[in-house]
Design a protein around this ligand. Structure first.
Ligand SMILES: Cc1ncc(C[n+]2csc(CCOP(=O)(O)OP(=O)(O)O)c2C)c(N)n1
Length: 361
């Protein structure tokens, strides 16, 4: 490695920060969260990390399907979601925001059921203001703007937060959604998690723009670049964007500059496109030790406290896995249900053919 090596991902020097690399408040900065809120955030981060580890193990055992870990992006996801009020605000996710979904009210066992392959796991419970996980890149963004516009037209003070990746931002839907949001001043917050890669496509090949946030100007929106591995900074910019949206001032594009420390998903081999040197440097920017150090500095967390937190997380996850696995297995005909209120003849015919073929196997 030479001093001129440029790694993908990570936060730019001028990204907004509140904490230094060791979790100490920068000079002149003040913490936007109380110790209690910080501990809550840290628990979500730790739960997310633990869930990733357990989920990868379950995938390797054939007990769940393909899984996309949040690993490394916990501050980005949790910091954004904490700015929302689950009783009135909405989340339209991509697929790498699990702790945000949980904090917003999605039961952990339901989420695991989704990964087990049961379509019932894709459905947030009634009253939980979440759209389903979206795999089709950027398709959630126009939906988010539509719902935000609807809230505005109804005089509802809820706002919508929607997530996407740097790769998803090259889709046409991204541009259509941001353009419309700007024109109608929709109460929506776009959190673009720039984690360095879209599978193996590096950030440098994704866009020639100096930053993803810079694109916001083209739609008449404010664009903010934040260090996505700084929980406090992410929370602060998300909180401000939520306040703007709620006050009728419209949408914001937040570029949260983070890094995916794990392969794209359980079917990916990161070593094919990330050098060991790059990974080593980015591991040193892990957001979890940064918050841990901050909490220890405040005197509100110690090793025993974290161990107790970890035990309760382990138990919570084990119970949720057991609940999901105790569920009746998915029935293949479920894929034909809930597509139309009144399925038309072709769908019914396809289902019947499918069942007949499956019985013949
Ligand atoms: C419309 C569409 N095209 C291609 C894919 C295949 N695909 C799945 S994830 C992915 C990369 C997405 O990268 P990014 O948006 O940066 O999100 P990240 O996975 O890095 O969080 C691609 C190309 C897809 N799911 N949807």
């Amino acid at each position: 490695m030479t001093s001129t090596t440029i790694f993908e991902g990570g936060a730019d020097a001028d990204a907004y920060r509140v904490l230094d690399a060791n979790g100490v408040l920068l000079e002149g900065a003040s913490a936007p969260l109380s110790s209690e809120q910080l501990l809550e955030a840290f628990r979500w981060m730790l739960l997310s990390r633990t869930l990733d580890e357990r989920a990868v193990s379950l995938q390797r055992q054939g007990r769940i399907g393909t899984y996309s870990a949040v690993y490394g992006q916990e501050a980005s996801v949790v910091g954004s979601a904490l700015a929302l009020d689950p009783s009135r605000d909405w989340i339209f996710p991509q697929y790498r925001e699990l702790p945000a979904l949980l904090r917003h009210g999605m039961p952990l066992s339901t989420l695991i059921l989704y990964y087990v392959g049961n379509p019932l796991g894709a459905r947030p419970p009634d009253g939980v203001r979440l759209a389903p996980i979206q795999i089709s890149l950027a398709a959630q963004l126009p939906h988010a703007v539509g719902l935000a516009l609807g809230l505005k037209m109804q005089g509802d003070d809820g706002v919508v937060m929607t997530f996407c990746g740097d790769g998803a931002s090259s889709e046409g839907d991204f541009h259509e959604a941001l353009n419309l949001a700007g024109v109608v001043k929709a109460p929506v917050i776009f959190v673009l998690q720039n984690n360095g890669y879209a599978i193996s496509t590096p950030r440098s090949k994704q866009s020639a723009a100096p930053s993803f946030a810079a694109r916001a100007a083209g739609y008449g929106l404010p664009g903010v670049v934040v260090d996505g591995n700084d929980l406090l900074a992410v929370y602060e910019v998300a909180r401000d964007a939520v306040q703007r949206a709620r006050a009728g001032e419209g949408a914001t594009l937040i570029e949260s500059q983070t890094y995916r420390l794990y392969p794209h998903n359980t079917a990916d081999d990161q070593s094919r496109y990330v050098s060991p040197e790059e990974l080593e440097v980015r591991r040193g920017e892990d957001p979890i030790p940064r918050v841990r150090n901050h909490l220890e500095g405040l005197g509100v967390l110690d090793a025993a406290g974290e161990a107790a937190m970890q035990r309760s997380i382990d138990e919570e996850i084990s119970t949720a896995i057991a609940d999901a696995e105790a569920h009746a297995p998915a029935n293949v005909t479920q894929v034909f249900e809930h597509v139309y209120a009144n399925p038309w003849s072709r769908v019914t015919r396809q289902r019947d053919e499918f069942v007949r073929d499956a019985e013949g196997l």
